[in-house]
Ligand binder design. Structure first.
Ligand code: HEM
Length: 436
């Protein structure tokens, strides 16, 4: 195992762990703010109990998730020094804004929210949670604008062997970053909706505080349905965006080998393990792939055969991750639509099997969100900055495989412990139910 492989593995492990914590906070903040606003407006004590319950789970997840982000930035300097030198001038601004504006705003107003009970008016206290939710999502924006630059570099010149920013506005308005932002936050909102529905379902199955958990379930279901529809809509834009800017990624997502116009979508397809074509290819829907890729039935879709092997991403994991993510996206629309219907008809309690299903569905959006990142990041390979710098060129020159192995082991142990504590605390406080 060489330094490059180990450094990539370490970044993947830390990023994936980080992304187990982050997405729930992206959505649970909005839901908590919504519950508290209902309390602030009506003075209904039931909404106060609901707010406190979900707010506590938000805080647990936030507190444990914060630290996992820090190690990723440290790795730029430790494992990816060449990359850090290359992109430092570009990344400085968005990452600094993320830390100083979004993250500070979030942390400050979390403090106001935690210590402000009884000290602030009901409306001002609810306002603090809206600001927390807004800042959490803004944090994601700056990170994703930075990531968007790696996917589609804009507003730079190459000088002295590094990229230097000449047009900050271009980075700010980079459509790649914005599409990633909306797709990612919508995915986080789906996670929060399913989390609220799943925990509520657990209590409803036991007939605990039925009224309170029905209200929670309903809000979670409506939020999840709206977000899942938005997610699919932006997902479609993401696919067009990938086809336009990173044809190799799109070809790997769909396992397309031959370049052609009016390309059909193959329903049953499986890439050959040798990586030189498809082992299975059947059931073609005429024009559908051109429509998906460019919203035009006659558009040309590039195949992997026309991309040099050294410039192709690994096809099988990108293909499998993409198909599974999209299938799960469809399932989420179906499950949340059913949930909204049963809640609206007030018949949730008549369907214990469905409630159980919603409890077991909690991990599914977490799986989908990890698969999404596999598509985006593995699909960009072999580039770390698309078209400009190869991943292998970005690694630090002075570290040894043994050093990376040591930090990888340390991170994995630490993060696993953190993950277990997060899960245990969330389960403990979720099971406790709401204060009367
Ligand atoms: C409903 C159908 C969906 C479609 C058509 C879709 C499409 C895509 C595409 C094309 C990418 C790669 C973007 C790129 O690298 O340029 C992507 C990435 C991603 N997807 Fe999906 N997706 C869908 C569902 C989901 C679901 C259900 C989740 C999670 C709950 C999800 C989470 C993500 C994440 C986190 C990324 C990485 C960030 C990004 O590049 O936007 N997606 N998706």
């Amino acid at each position: 195992m060489d330094t490059i492989f180990l450094s990539r593995l370490q970044f993947a492990v830390t990023a994936m762990f980080h992304f187990l914590f982050v997405p729930l906070t992206l959505g649970l903040g909005w839901l908590t703010a919504w519950f508290e606003t209902r309390y602030a407006r009506s003075g209904d004590a039931k909404y106060l109990s609901i707010t406190r319950f979900w707010g506590k789970l938000f805080l647990i997840n936030f507190a444990l998730g914060v630290v996992t982000g820090l190690t990723m930035e440290f790795q730029f300097g430790m494992n990816w020094a060449e990359y850090a030198k290359y992109v430092g001038d570009i990344f400085g601004a968005p990452l600094a804004i993320e830390a100083t504006v979004a993250f500070f705003l979030e942390s400050t107003f979390i403090g106001v929210w935690v210590f402000g009970w009884g000290r602030l008016s009901r409306k001002a206290h609810a306002g603090a949670m809206w600001l927390v939710a807004f800042a959490t999502n803004m944090s994601a924006l700056w990170i994703l604008l930075a990531n968007g630059w790696m996917q589609r570099p804009v507003g730079y010149v190459l000088r002295n062997g590094r990229a230097e920013m000449v047009d900050f506005k271009a980075l700010l308005l980079n459509p790649y970053g914005w599409i990633e932002f909306f797709h990612t936050v919508a995915a986080g909102w789906v996670i929060a909706g399913f989390f609220v529905m799943g925990v509520s379902a657990w209590h409803l199955l036991r007939r605990n505080q039925e009224e309170l958990f029905k209200r929670s379930f309903g809000a979670g279901a409506v939020f999840a349905l709206g977000s899942a529809l938005l997610l699919a809509g932006v997902g479609d834009m993401s696919a067009v965006n990938a086809a336009k800017n990173q044809p190799a990624k799109f070809a790997a997502m769909e396992s397309v080998w031959v370049t052609r116009t009016s390309a059909p979508y193959t329903l049953l397809v499986f890439p050959s393990l040798k990586g030189d074509g498809n082992a299975v290819e059947a059931l073609k829907v005429p024009y559908a792939l051109s429509l998906m890729a460019f919203h035009s039935p006659s558009a040309e879709v590039k195949g992997l055969n026309d991309i040099p092997p050294q410039d192709r991403p690994p096809v099988l994991p990108v293909f499998l991750s993409f198909r599974t993510m999209v299938a799960l996206g469809g399932l989420f629309i179906l499950l949340s639509a059913l949930s909204v219907w049963l809640w609206y008809k007030d018949t949730l309690l008549n369907y214990p099997r469905f409630l159980k299903l919603m409890l077991y569905a909690i991990p599914l959006p977490y799986i989908a969100i990890q698969l999404g990142w596999i598509v985006t990041e593995l699909g960009r390979q072999p580039w770390v900055v698309y078209g400009l710098m190869r991943t292998a060129e970005g690694v630090s020159r002075t570290i040894t495989p043994a050093q990376v192995l040591l930090s990888l082991g340390g991170f994995t142990l630490f993060y696993t412990a953190l993950g277990i504590v997060d899960f245990w605390l969330l389960a403990k406080y979720a099971r406790k139910g709401m204060e009367a």
